[in-house]
Design a protein around this ligand. Structure first.
Ligand SMILES: [Zn+2]
Length: 547
């Protein structure tokens, strides 16, 4: 079988050949150089990152005729036998298939005998976490009083499953995932040896699909080589591994931004026809949008080729962070549902079309404002009810508080600026306020878009020494505006260049007028567009729940 060919052929044989785990090779080399060699080692890390290779190289370092050495010769009998897995003194045990107490007893008995032709007897136990509890206990006894010329090298992908009493007796080394760039470099060194040609983008796709495992990368290459082609293209890789090309996602995203429903569905059907898996398509799109989000919040994307970064950063301008979060949430949700859906294609079609409403999602603050206005028009504000907000009100309030917290970062500087203003004998009048009202509202809207909507529901009651007293019959407006009274005062102060204060009163006269909460029909009548949106975004932003 070709499966292991490349991985075996290019298995590293010296510390320096082992890529990407420099932090470990350096420490081990130092330990050997300074003769601080532990009795037991625990190698942890994902699969295919070099744990077993490192164990064998370390064994050679111990048992090479020149050993202990950091540069095993790879020529002496001991080295060659370790390379070929035929050394009687280096015993490799697969934890997954040797889990019985019997196995460990045998191991314990064997330990009594000294190494036959090397300095050390070395036990390499792979997937050590798979050992049974009894086997673990037996092993522990050995570890407590190990014969001097015995070494243990344990490897595991799941260190948390290794019992602490074992872990504590080992020197632990954590192996890293291998970066895409390191895998690419490794593939590049192999290609000329194999007299092959690969398109750069083909190499990248293999490295990415290998997901941090060099061994996986090499077996993916084995699969590609079985095609028998001399020049491997990106298209080959896409086809053999069923990878969805980023071009598809670029086009899909552009069509979503442009509300191009027909193109979305056409492209989706085409890519399905090409044999791509619907789950892969969904997962790929989630990753794609995630990358856009990361780019937007300033994370460096090392695992995306520069060409792709250019295209997605261009597209990212069409999204807000909120936008992307919602889209990703919708897709993750869809991905879950695909697992059990009897009509997966239909399911993803509707999900993709849902995403075309992204632009409406941009208007989320507006949407909430509208909701509040409608809500207030119908709200029951009898005292008994207002003390306990409905779920719907809570959602809005929380959202509003979040936005305002975010706003709070700014005022410090601005307030300092305001205090520098020279205050004159300026006296504000009702006429002046009316004249400037629109401009003021705009300024407030800019800073506090959600709260600003309440300015529509207030009345000027009196002015006293530049102290503006407003009243409102809406409890929500009263609460919201009272909370931001200081900030409003600051905005007014800056606007007029004179110290101005605002304050709000709740008038009780109208508070019992309203009789019911808005039904969906009310919202439909008040704002058909909003009702439509509620239909579309159902469940993702605010849902009004009524018993
Ligand atoms: Zn040697």
């Amino acid at each position: 079988m070709s499966y292991l060919v490349l991985a075996r052929k290019y298995r590293p044989q010296t510390f320096d050949e082992l890529i990407a785990q420099k932090h470990i090779t350096e420490t081990l080399k130092n330990a050997i150089k300074t003769d601080h060699i532990a009795q037991a080692f625990l190698f942890t890390g994902p699969r295919g990152v070099g744990k077993t290779s490192m164990a064998r190289i370390l064994a050679k370092g111990f048992n090479c005729k020149d050993g202990p050495t950091i540069t095993p010769c790879n020529k002496c009998k001991n080295c060659v036998e370790i390379t070929n897995s035929t050394s009687v003194d280096v015993i490799e045990i697969d934890g997954a298939s040797h889990t019985s107490v019997e196995d460990i007893r045998r191991l314990q008995n064997e330990l009594m005998y000294p190494p036959q032709s090397s300095k050390y007897k070395i036990y390499i136990i792979d997937e050590v976490h798979m050992l049974s509890k009894n086997a673990f206990n037996a092993l522990l006894k050995t570890l407590e009083e190990p014969p001097e010329n015995v070494k243990f090298i344990f490897a595991t992908t799941e260190p948390h499953k290794v019992i602490p009493t074992i872990t504590s007796r080992c020197q632990r080394y954590d192996f890293h995932r291998i970066s895409i760039q390191e895998i690419i470099n490794q593939i590049r060194t192999i290609i000329p040896n194999e007299h092959l040609k690969f398109e750069d983008s083909a190499i990248f796709l293999i490295a990415k699909k290998a997901d941090g495992s060099l061994r996986d990368a090499l077996s993916l290459m084995d699969q590609i080589l079985s095609l028998g082609k001399k020049k491997i293209t990106k298209a080959d890789i896409l086809q053999v591994f069923g990878i969805v090309d980023i071009d598809f996602y670029n086009t899909l995203t552009t069509d979503i931004i442009e509300n191009n429903d027909k193109a979305i569905i056409d492209n989706f059907h085409n890519i399905l026809k090409e044999g791509n898996d619907i789950n892969e398509i969904t997962a790929g799109f989630i990753e794609y949008l995630r990358n856009i989000l990361m780019l937007k919040i300033g994370i460096v994307l090392e695992e995306v080729p520069p060409d792709n970064i250019k295209s997605i950063s261009e597209l990212s301008k069409n999204f807000t962070e909120e936008n992307l979060l919602y889209s990703i949430t919708i897709l993750i949700d869809a991905k879950e549902k695909l697992k059990t859906s009897t009509q997966p294609v239909l399911h993803l079609e509707t999900t993709l079309l849902k995403l075309t409403k992204l632009k409406s999602l941009v208007q989320i603050d507006k949407l909430e404002e509208n909701l509040q206005v409608v809500k207030e028009k119908h709200a029951v504000y009898s005292d008994s009810i207002t003390s306990k907000p409905t779920k719907y009100q809570t959602d809005i309030l929380e959202k509003k508080q979040l936005i305002e917290q975010k706003d709070k970062i700014k005022p410090v500087v601005k307030e300092k600026k305001a205090s520098k203003l020279t205050f004159t004998d300026f006296k504000i009048t009702e006429e002046l306020l009316t004249k400037e009202w629109e401009a003021l509202k705009e300024k407030v809207s800019k800073e506090m878009p959600v709260s600003a909507v309440h300015l529509a529901n207030i009345k000027l009651k009196s002015i006293n020494n530049n102290f503006l007293h407003f009243s409102t019959s809406s409890k929500l407006a009263y609460q919201t505006l009272s909370d931001i009274a200081e900030r409003l005062s600051r905005i007014f102060t800056e606007h007029f260049g004179a110290r101005i204060k605002v304050n709000f009163k709740l008038t009780k006269t109208e508070s019992k007028k309203f009789i019911h909460n808005p039904t969906f029909e009310d919202i439909q009548r008040e704002s058909p567009k909003l009702a439509k949106m509620i239909n579309i975004i159902d469940g993702y932003i605010i849902s009004q729940k009524r018993e």
